[in-house]
Each structure stands twice: as C-alpha cells, then as structure tokens.
Design a protein around this ligand. Sequence first.
Ligand SMILES: NC(=O)c1ccc[n+]([C@@H]2O[C@H](COP(=O)([O-])OP(=O)(O)OC[C@H]3O[C@@H](n4cnc5c(N)ncnc54)[C@H](O)[C@@H]3O)[C@@H](O)[C@H]2O)c1
Length: 387
Amino acid sequence: MTVTKAPLDQRRQLNVGMLGCGFMGKCHSNAFRKMPYIYPGASFVPRLLVLCGRDEAKLRREALRYGFEEHTADWRDVVRDPRVDVFDNCGPDPLHVEPSIEALKQGKHVICEKPLAVSLQDARRMRDAAAAAKGRNLCVFNYRFVPAVLLAKEIIASGQIGQVYQARMSYLQEAGHDPSTPPEQVWYARWPHSGVLQGIGSHAIDQVRYLVGEVRSASGAVRTYRPERAVASASDGGAEADEASASVLELEGGAIAVVEASAVATGRKNFLAWEIHGSRGSLRWDLEHPNSLFACLPRPGAARLEGFAEISVTGREYSGAAEWWPPGHNVGWEHCHVIEKLRFLEACTGSPMDPAVATFEDGYRVAAVIAAIRRSSRTGERVALEY
Ligand SMILES: NC(=O)c1ccc[n+]([C@@H]2O[C@H](COP(=O)([O-])OP(=O)(O)OC[C@H]3O[C@@H](n4cnc5c(N)ncnc54)[C@H](O)[C@@H]3O)[C@@H](O)[C@H]2O)c1
C-alpha cells in the first residue's frame, strides 16, 4: 500500500489576534477554523495566532481547544503585535472601544462584536477612528448573513414586494423572566452593559436598517422590571440595564417599523423575528426556523394574492447556503457567523467589500437609534435622527 503525504495548504495566511474567550470567542474561533475546508476557493486561510483573556487557567485551556498558538492576558500585546493582520474583539461591551481604536491605529483590520460601544459618544469615536484608518472594519451584525435573510434582501431590493409600508421586528429572550434569578446570572446585568435594547435590540434595529431603510426618527418606552439588575452605564444619559422595550421608528422612504426587544419574554429562547409588508407582497422570517423564508408574492396568472408560501433557503441556488450542505440539510445560527467573517476576510485580502458586511458606521448608527429610543422613553418626545 502506498500512502501519499497531503500537500500543505499554500494559501495566504491571515493572522488573527482575538480578545475574549467566552461565548463569542468560541463562536468566532469556530468560524475561522471552518473556513479552510468549507471554502476551498477562498484565497486565504485564517491562522489563529494569539488569544487574550482574563482568567489564566481558562485562557490556557481555550487557546489549546480553539487552536491558538499563543495567549496573553493583556490586549495591548495583541493589538501592537506586528504579526497580527486581523484583531477580533470578542470582549465584553465596555472593552470594545479602547482596544478596537488602538488596533485601527496600528493598521489592523478590526472585527468588533455588537453593540459597537456602550455609549453613543464612544461609538462615534470608533466610527471616526475607522474612517481614518487604513484597515477594514466589521461590526458583527451576523444575522444579515442567514441565507434566508440574504434572500429577503434580494427580493426587497428587486422590487418584488413593491414599496415597503411597514415592518415589525422583535428580538425576544426569557433570560430574565424569573424574578428569583440573581443579577450575575442574567447576561444583560453582568457588565455596565446597558441591557437588552443594546444587547439584542441592536440586532433588530440593524435588520430594520439593512432590509428596509435608514431610521429618521424614533420614539419608545424602555423598562427595567428588576431594579437590582440595573447596572448603570457610562455617560449616555443614565442608561440602565433595561429588560424590555417597544419602539416606533420612522424610516427614510416613508415606511414605519415597530421594534421590540425583551429578556422577559417567557417561553422565548432566542426569537429574532420579523414581518415586512409592501405594496405588492410581504415577507416573514424567524431565527427559530432559520431556513424558511415565508413570502407572499403575486403569482403570474393568479387573480389575487394567495397568502404566504414557505421557501426552503437551502442548497446551491442560495447565497450563503451554496457552499454548505445539500438542499434541506439546513444552515443556521453558527453558519451566519462563518459566512460573515469569510466575506469580511475576503475584503481584508484586497477584494471589494461585500455591501452586506456591517461596518463601524453601521454600529454607530444603531447606537444613535438606541440613544434616541432611550431619550424618547425618558422625555416622551419623538426624537429626530441625524448621523
Ligand atoms: N453577535 C452575537 O451573536 C453575539 C452573541 C452574544 C454576545 N455578543 C457580544 O459579544 C461580546 C462578548 O460576549 P460573550 O457573550 O462572549 O461574553 P463572555 O463573558 O462569554 O466572554 C467575554 C470574554 O472577555 C474576557 N475579558 C473580560 N475582560 C477582559 C480583560 N480586561 N482583558 C482580557 N479579556 C477580558 C473574558 O475573560 C471572557 O473570555 C459582547 O460584546 C456581546 O454583546 C454577540
């Protein structure tokens, strides 16, 4: 029997330095590790070079598990390392601003988890630093890259549902529904974090902006039901760890959107859901059934609209799904993170940036909408937005 040695992967290496080895550190590492074999046509392979975390034992364990070559407890070691091409900030919200700005100054390409920053002022500083930097920037709004959401974007942009009148977006979880759960066990009360509107409402607001249009005014009501969970956040008008909100957004082009964000939605695990209505048709989708886009579209020859039909957005003909599994074998939450980071890294190697990739400008604009909703909740006014 002859055994032939497999050739080494000769593709260009992109060296990744990552801050944070918790939930998102694991998720982004998983994305980088899957790229070389899911995308053999990509011109690069990510190399997991250095991981930064706070707890020494956990850091050592996770560096080994994810395949990082080195680790450090100081993020400055990462952003100043001349070998690092891409700095990936998966740290807690309050740790987004300084490391990301320093990495941009050092000429790195920078990935930063949402929310871009805890305060609007810091989000603006990050947006400005990104605009002045030579590296590329990504604010992680991963749900843009669920294949069903990519298809919805295509359908809306092609005019098939006509003029969009209304959208309804919710991001609902139940993490805080039980009053006896102590603050340190609910994710939105762990850091000076500013709560659920920023933590998951930011994704819903991004879906409004991405799928329908820019936000021109906001009004809303924001609530914290368990005061002991409210961790005051920095500078931004006394925002606190909110647990639920309901908002009305007026959009460029005349559409209106209702946005709900909740961590007291008993029974909901991770329910990002929307419905968009236009003059010729409607679309609906939710993350608990990520492969199905429901579309109500005019059928040639039909006398009237026939209601919603389910499209299984799996298989080769769909952007994002094509490289994964045969039809019906399903692509979900994990995959949208892989697709997003892949498209961003392609731009880091000199390809044009995929317009679906959210930038620090997008992160800043979402922060501006959140600040407007909070202000409206405090004052009762409808707040106009200028970016
Ligand atoms: N896009 C998404 O799907 C999604 C989902 C969850 C969380 N997030 C966001 O991702 C980010 C990380 O959230 P998470 O759930 O992974 O948090 P986590 O608590 O699980 O992990 C945070 C990590 O940061 C490290 N860390 C904290 N302070 C540090 C310091 N001073 N120096 C070095 N390391 C430090 C911790 O050791 C930990 O490894 C947050 O901004 C969060 O809002 C995004």
